[in-house]
Structures are given as C-alpha cells and as structure tokens.
Design a protein around this ligand. Structure first.
Ligand code: HPA
Length: 236
C-alpha cells in the first residue's frame, strides 16, 4: 500500500491522468479508449487504470465527488506517483443562459467560497487558475478536431442541494461564473501548491436557468466529444 487511498506501485501511473468523478466512468474510458490497459487501484472502489492512447502512456482514475475527495487523490497522485498533469473531465450545471445542454466548457478560472485553500495553506484567495499550457493544448485540440469549446469562469461549490435555488444568479453576476461543479478549485489549488499542471473540461449536464437535464444518450455523445478533446491533447 503506497498511500492510505491508493494501492498502486510507485511507477504505476502515467505522467498524465484523466480524472472523471465517477470511477465507473474511469473504467469505461480505460475499456473503450485505451490500449494495453492495467487496473492499478481498487481501494474504496476508486478505480484507476494505466494504458496507452496512440502509443502515449496515460492513466485514468475516478476522483469521487467534491473537493475533499479530489483533494486527496490529486495530492497523492502529484506527490507520491510523480504525476505531472491532471485533466478533470466532468459535468456541470449551467448558470448562464448562454450555455446550452451538452456544450463543452473549459474552465479558465474557478471561483469558490470553500475553505479548502485557507485550511490547506492559508491562501484565502477565492479564485484559482488552471495551467495555461494545458488549457492552450486543449483549445488547440478542440480546434484541430473542429469541435466547439467554450471557455469561462466556473463555480466550484461545496453544496449540491442549496436551500435557495436562485442563489446562482448572484454568483453568475458577481463573479461571471458560467456554470457550477464541485472539484476544480481543490484540483487547481493542489497543482499550484505543488508546481504541477491541472485543467478542467466539463460538459453541461443540466441547467439551473431552465431546469432542463440531459438525457443519458445525449450525455454520452457530449461526453465523447469532451474525451476526444482531452485525449487528442495528450497524444498530439
Ligand atoms: N451542481 C453541482 N455540480 C454539478 C451540477 C450542479 O447542478 N451539475 C453537474 N455537476
């Protein structure tokens, strides 16, 4: 056992890890996109796999939901497994009427009212940024594949069920946050503290503006576009 949460040997991960929230998504990606796949973690069912994509080594691991969970896994990947790049691939809820269901959104900044940064190292700044290099690669990759990609501020929220469902309007207007998810801030914080690289690609799975939610089939199509952008950025 290398860490309290990951049993993989110290050389079991590639330098780049894709992190969906759901460990079964990690399994799906490994089985459908990667070659030469080996499962490298099963502790707490937080499945992780390493394989190759177009000959380039890549790992995929679930992050779980929320900042405490991705905070643990990303820290251990960066520090114990010498991972250099983590690309979160997740879903988000739209705050902005300009985002449509199934759009793919690249976070170029995250806002959060979480205590994660303050507790981790005393940094109270409510904003974190992704790696400009990784974002640039992802934008170029979307361009090369002729896939539409939006960019903007994302709200990383600690609470999924809020008492006041209209609260999002305030965050949209005060911080220009186009959408909400629950992990990017902690991932970007850890990458910044450790001198590593992180990015976050999201598909819009529901809208707080219209209360629409994606059907499972359409979610899968949008997910495929996001995966193509992420994998192309690693292999090219
Ligand atoms: N809230 C938080 N995280 C999410 C949402 C949401 O509405 N949709 C997808 N991830």
């Amino acid at each position: 056992m290398m860490t309290p949460h990951i049993e993989a040997a110290s050389d079991a991960f590639a330098k780049t890890v894709l992190m969906p929230g759901d460990p079964l998504r990690a399994k799906f990606i490994a089985e459908h996109y990667l070659d030469n796949v080996k499962q490298v973690n099963q502790v707490r069912n937080m499945l992780a796999y390493t394989g190759t994509y177009q000959g380039v080594p890549v790992s995929v691991m679930g992050s779980g939901m929320g900042m405490p969970s991705i905070g643990i896994y990303s820290w251990e990947l960066f520090t114990v497994y010498e991972v250099e790049h983590i690309i979160r691939i997740g879903s988000c809820g739209a705050y902005s009427p300009e985002l449509n269901l199934y759009d793919v959104l690249l976070a170029d900044r995250v806002f959060s009212e979480t205590t994660f940064g303050t507790v981790q190292n005393g940094d109270p700044n409510p904003f974190r940024s992704p790696s400009p290099e990784l974002n640039q690669r992802l934008i170029q990759s979307a361009h090369a594949l002729s896939l539409p990609l939006k960019t903007g501020t994302v709200h990383s929220c600690d609470v999924f069920y809020r008492e006041n469902s209209q609260d999002f309007q305030r965050i949209l207007h005060t911080h220009q946050a186009l959408a909400v998810e629950m992990e990017a801030f902690a991932l970007f914080h850890n990458a910044q503290v450790l001198g590593k690289h992180a990015a976050c690609l999201l598909t819009v799975s529901d809208s707080l503006v219209t209360a629409e939610a994606a059907s499972p089939e359409a979610r899968q199509t949008a997910f495929t576009r996001m995966m193509d952008i992420a994998l192309h950025s690693i292999a090219n």
